[in-house]
Structure formats: structure tokens, C-alpha cells
Design a protein around this ligand. Sequence first.
Ligand code: TMP
Length: 233
Amino acid sequence: MRAVFVTLEGGEGAGKTTQLALLAAGVEGRGWVAVTTREPGGTPLGARVRELLVRLGGDPPTPLAELLLYAADRAHHVETVIRPGLAVGRAVLCDRYADATEAYQGYGRGLPLAVVREVNRLATGGLRPHRTVVLDLSPEEGVRRSLERQRCGGGPREERFEAEAVAFHERVRAGYRAVAREDPERVRIVDASGTPVAVAERVWAEVEDLFARPGGLCPGLGAPDAGSGPSPR
Ligand code: TMP
């Protein structure tokens, strides 16, 4: 069965939402049926978990509780949206996935990477994307764009991570770079500065090959705890 799983990652305000829509249009232009989804919040249950995670409130979760809430959202999302989409041959395009947990809860919050990876493995059942594009932008520019978008009514105010110090966002950025260094075949860093169309061209250049030929099974697909085998490419 042809199926492709691509994830978009990046810091705050990097433009993932816009790029996901442009990518879906490009993929559908190649004859694929795209499923666009996101974490946290890609399911009705996940939308409620998202509220707990992103809003500023009086009782923020501890780092471990935060890790487990993202994992709960992911476990449910993988089983009810991502695996079913892949099983019927869709192009599943997801706004954030397990690498976000490594970057934010691992590098950003400082939880041990071994713990983060084990929790990710449980939540995903070993399912890994064929390709991950990290939209890279300076934290200052990202937070500025994100606040600007909210001021212009482009979405609800989701402040908890934007309120973090620049140093936190620098650690997240460094985390994504480390993830890309460890798995350069899957994880590609793309410069997110410039116009949405210019960025979309850079993103497309990193994923085009996946849609031009028959895809393969994602590692872990079909066997919920099959571990993380090698990338199919
Ligand atoms: P969003 O900006 O993509 O809507 O994601 C909401 C926030 O959740 C964002 O600040 C990044 C954060 N996040 C984590 O900290 N860990 C995760 O595993 C995921 C998926 C998101």
C-alpha cells in the first residue's frame, strides 16, 4: 500500500500551519489524498488535552506531567487518525509529532532524553515519519510573528510557550538541530524566513521524492509496538 507520513516541525511562529496547507495542495496536485492533522489537538480528545497544555493558567503542569499529556494526545492520535490514514494509503501530513517532544520537553525543559524517547516510543508504537521538515527561524522573529498573528485575529491566544524566555526557545531550536544531526536522512532543516511561497518551495524540495514514486510502509506501521526499524528509504 502506498502511504506517506510527513511531519512539520519548528519553533513558535515558524509558519507550520500555512506550510502544511501549501504542502497538502502540492501533494493533492500529485494525485494523493492528503490528511492534514496536528499535535496536540488532532482529535476531539486531543483538543481538550491541548487546552490543558497551551493556555496560561494558574496551575501549569510539571515537566513530567507535561511530557505525559503530550504523550496521551499522541497515543490516541496515532491509533485513531495517523495509522488508519496510512493503512488506506493516504499522505498523512502532521503539524508536529514526536520530535517536538524531544525538542521542547527534552532540550527545552531539560527532561532526560532517554525518558523522552522511551515515552515517545510507547506513544507512537514505533511509528516514525518518512520525512520531517523543521522550519527554522530565530526565536525573536518567531515569537514576534506569532504574537502579530494573534493580534490580527488569526487564532486564539495560546500563550504558555510564547511566554517562555528566549533562552528556552534557543534550547528548543538547538534541540531540533540535534535531532536533524542524528537522523539527517529523515529530518531536514529548512530556512523559514521569507515569503510563504518561497518557504513552500524549500519545503517541497525536501519531500518531493516521496510523492513521485511508490511509497513504502512506515516503520512500525501495522504492528503497534514493532519498534523503530530503519527508514524505508
Ligand atoms: P503549536 O504551536 O504547533 O500549535 O503547538 C503548541 C505548543 O505545544 C507549542 O508551543 C509547542 C508545544 N509542544 C510541546 O511542547 N511538545 C510536543 O510534543 C508538542 C507536539 C508540542
